[in-house]
Write a protein that binds this ligand. Structure first.
Ligand SMILES: [Zn+2]
Length: 108
């Protein structure tokens, strides 16, 4: 008794209509957002070598604070880590000398 058991017949595998190219219908890297404001490729200070983080330059630092006087996070400001840090320091220093506000009172 040994012809028993099932033998594997490949049942009609002739109609191969699927070719395996299902790849690459990708989700790209773009997601979310759209309201691209304040989104820069590289940080301002890296892009412009002549520009330096200077606490006396309140006009420049204003780009990195919100209208309420808070420091804009790096994701939004687009700064690199190094410059973000310098900017943050500069802002703090700048507040000290009253060039920038600590907070801005918002009057409703
Ligand atoms: Zn930078």
């Amino acid at each position: 008794m040994d012809g028993n058991g099932f033998k594997k017949d490949d049942r009609g595998r002739s109609g191969g209509s699927r070719d395996g190219r299902e790849r690459g219908g990708g989700m790209g890297e773009e997601r979310g957002g759209g309201r691209g404001f304040g989104r820069r490729k590289v940080c301002r200070y890296c892009a412009d070598k002549s520009l330096k983080v200077d606490y006396k330059n309140a006009a420049e630092l204003k780009y990195f604070i919100t209208e309420r006087g808070k420091i804009v996070p790096r994701r939004i400001s687009g700064n690199c880590a190094r410059h973000q840090r310098e900017v943050a320091t500069a802002i703090k220093r700048s507040r000290n000398v009253a060039l920038l506000p600590y907070t801005v009172m918002q009057h409703p």
